[in-house]
Ligand binder design. Structure first.
Ligand code: PAF
Length: 293
């Protein structure tokens, strides 16, 4: 496995690669969710490139950029075991040299949900992901369902800026009690970690109501909220029902697929989760066909 920390080094390595290339962009602190993306990339492609970069431009000044968990040696050992070919590990100074002033701003789909609470977050994500796409020139890029709005933003950007690649959307990987895997779960105390299982139970309850015929978005949201309220440590930021392709809020009963998403603060971290309704869409094909363009 080649570990590369320079632009010239990556360009040179990329030039020597032929065949189908899959890229797995990450911020490190890898968990089973990332490893599932890398395994999928390994199964689908001739060459797999992973990137590890904690991207400063997607963090607001009051967020956890400095505290974000970092363990490069552990991450590299994990990627090597999976047969990843190249890992790009740039520094912030390499990605954002002095006088850097070009950003990618995706309009509508960055509004609402996370975009309301983290105003510049998706500008940072779209900018760094477009730089990583330019540098790695993948045929397919792998992203996890857990950050559903990020998937929709990246797919919009790929379509609008004509990046010649596919975006594969891989289902959320969960702990035994259903908590979505996230690098920020390490911030939970054992007691908060036990409480966090409520988020998955809320998704499942709403999905069951949907299966039993409930189609009114306010009622689906209420089912999820009522479960979340059973956990005193859970502070609900939002529970939303949106069109999974456009992220426009859905307020009337509808037969179209729906994206049910939520952000819940438990202790320090904000925990995000979502599912498509009907639940049968929460697999790679269903997600890839339904989430975003
Ligand atoms: O999902 C992430 O880990 C990040 O937002 C990404 C896509 C690697 C961009 O920094």
């Amino acid at each position: 496995m080649q570990v590369i920390d320079s632009i010239e080094g990556l360009r040179k390595a990329r030039k020597a690669i032929t065949g189908r290339v899959g890229v797995v962009p990450t911020m490190g602190a890898l968990h089973e969710g990332h490893l599932t993306l890398a395994r999928q990339a390994r199964a689908d492609n001739d060459t797999v490139i992973a990137t590890i970069f904690v991207n400063p431009t997607q963090f607001a000044p009051n967020e956890d950029f400095n505290a974000y968990p970092r363990d490069l040696a552990r991450d590299l050992a994990m990627l090597e075991t999976l047969g990843v070919d190249v890992v790009f590990t740039p520094t912030p100074a390499l990605m954002y040299p002095p006088n850097f002033q070009t950003f990618v701003k995706v309009d509508q789909v960055t509004q609402g949900l996370e975009g309301d609470l983290r105003p510049n977050h998706f500008r940072g994500v779209a900018t760094v992901v477009s730089k990583l796409f330019n540098l790695t020139q993948p045929d397919v890029a792998y992203f996890g369902q857990k950050d559903a709005q990020q998937v929709v933003v990246i797919r919009r950007m790929v379509a609008d800026l004509n990046f010649p690649l596919e975006v594969a959307v891989i289902p959320t990987v969960r702990e035994a009690d259903g908590l979505a895997m996230s690098s920020r779960n390490v911030y939970l105390t054992p007691e908060q970690r036990a409480a966090a299982g409520v988020i998955y139970r809320a998704l499942v309850a709403a999905a069951q109501a949907y299966d039993e015929g409930e189609r009114t978005p306010a009622n689906l949201r209420a089912v999820a909220r009522n479960v979340l309220k059973t956990e005193a440590q859970a502070e609900i930021e939002y529970v939303a029902v949106n069109d999974p392709s456009t992220l426009i809020g859905v307020h009337e009963p509808a037969e179209q697929p729906l994206l049910l998403s939520m952000a819940v603060q438990i202790g320090r971290p904000r925990l995000l989760d979502n599912c498509l309704l009907p639940w049968s869409l929460n697999n790679r094909d269903g997600l890839t066909a339904t989430l975003g363009v």
